[in-house]
Ligand binder design. Structure first.
Ligand SMILES: NC(=O)c1ccc[n+]([C@@H]2O[C@H](COP(=O)([O-])OP(=O)(O)OC[C@H]3O[C@@H](n4cnc5c(N)ncnc54)[C@H](OP(=O)(O)O)[C@@H]3O)[C@@H](O)[C@H]2O)c1
Length: 359
């Protein structure tokens, strides 16, 4: 067997501690699949005293995650802190500058800076892997990039935010209004104290921009994504949708048209008989339509410690085993700009509810 593959993990919160537990419990399995052992050599988080659900006594602890990313004994740096800039970005840049492969779950950073980071990794012959950044445990990046490499995609769309899907599902099932269900979701830990990233479609927009890049071979363009969330969906809309044979879902849709690429996130009425209408609660689903394969539906848990750790582990096994695919499926020099179609140019069916104010 080759020498152990040494990793450093920046961020030991929900995902980071899930990764620690997976690496511990599946150590033998991963060693077989990667043909070498994957060993945690260093970690960094803010609070050293917090229990991370794993024994870290033999692991180097860094106060400064960026300094850890330069650790000469480490082969790969796993960034699980989050945020589009600040320390997470510093960790990735430092790791790549020091010749280390990188694994990240950070959709915000990949959506805003993914093309630059991919180019930087490429220049140095390094891997930038990000399966966990889109749809948690669902292997959608690998599925599109490698599994559907023989197809031209026409459309990629999906339920990309579990919190919004949970709220819409619960509104329908419980007959409660948006605000009540959101408050309940916050109590249960399904929604953040500041829920705007989830319910205003921003998190889904980040994931859609990344999917569009992988699916259509274009640079990531978060500025070109139209994002509208679910704040304005009422119980009444949900009831009307049911009556008409539809479910309301927050979808992220990337579609190639004659005019260019549409990238949009907004509530949609989907026919009740379609597979995506049956994706309920915190589950995610991604549908890809290719010219040779037809329709492919991938569904599963889009968030949470263990599902997301599963995606991180898959990236680690690939890198440890020496499997190397360009970040977005093509070398960055070959990613081609596709003109964006603004939402105003979108042709499609609309649901309009007219409400007559009482005289
Ligand atoms: N949660 C999910 O289900 C999920 C799913 C897919 C992708 N992601 C992505 O995964 C990433 C992590 O998410 P999460 O939910 O695990 O976040 P989280 O629970 O808030 O954990 C963040 C971790 O980063 C650490 N941290 C913060 N600032 C730091 C700094 N300056 N230096 C070193 N460590 C620092 C925190 O340390 P302390 O613990 O000491 O405070 C914590 O351990 C994000 O990019 C997120 O978008 C999350």
């Amino acid at each position: 067997m080759k020498p152990p593959f040494k990793i450093a993990i920046a961020g030991l919160g929900t995902v980071g501690s899930g990764v620690l537990q997976l690496l511990d419990r599946q150590a033998d399995l991963l060693a077989q699949r990667a043909a070498r052992r994957i060993v945690v050599a260093a970690v960094s988080a803010r609070d050293r005293r917090r229990d991370r659900g794993a024994d870290l006594s033999a692991v180097r602890w860094y106060e400064d995650a960026a300094a850890m990313a330069a650790d000469p004994e480490v082969d790969v740096v796993v960034e699980l802190i989050g945020g589009a800039d600040g320390i997470a970005r510093q960790v990735l840049d430092t790791a790549l500058d020091h010749g280390k492969h990188v694994v990240t779950a950070n959709k915000a950073l990949m959506a805003h800076d993914g093309t630059r980071l991919a180019a930087r990794a490429e220049e140095r012959g390094l891997i930038l892997a990000f399966e966990a950044a889109v749809a948690g445990g669902i292997p959608v990046i690998k599925g599109l990039r490698e599994g559907l490499a023989g197809n031209r995609l026409e459309r990629v769309y999906g339920i990309l935010n579990g919190t919004s899907n949970y709220i819409l599902t619960t509104m329908r099932e419980s007959a409660h209004e948006f605000a009540e269900v959101l408050a309940e979701a916050q109590k249960l830990g399904y929604a953040e104290a500041d829920p705007s990233f989830d319910i205003d479609g921003i998190d889904a927009a980040h994931k859609l921009a990344i999917l569009a890049s992988v699916g259509f071979g274009r640079p990531v363009d978060i500025a070109g994504v139209y994002a509208e969330g679910i704040r304005h969906v009422s119980r009444l809309d949900i009831d009307f949708a049911e009556e008409l044979g539809y479910r309301i879902k927050l979808l992220g849709i990337a579609r190639l048209t004659e005019d260019g690429l549409e990238q949009r996130v907004h509530p949609c009425m989907v026919p009740r008989a379609t597979p995506i209408a049956a994706v309920e609660g915190v589950y995610n689903a991604v549908v890809a339509e290719g010219d040779f394969v037809g329709r492919v539906v991938l569904q599963g848990r889009g968030a949470g410690a263990f599902p997301t750790a599963s995606a991180v582990a898959a990236d680690l096994v690939d890198i440890a085993a020496g499997r190397h695919v360009p970040t977005f499926g093509l070398h960055t020099a070959n990613l081609r700009e596709i003109p964006g179609v603004p939402i105003e140019g979108h042709h499609g069916a609309y649901y309009i509810r007219l409400w007559r104010a009482s005289m």
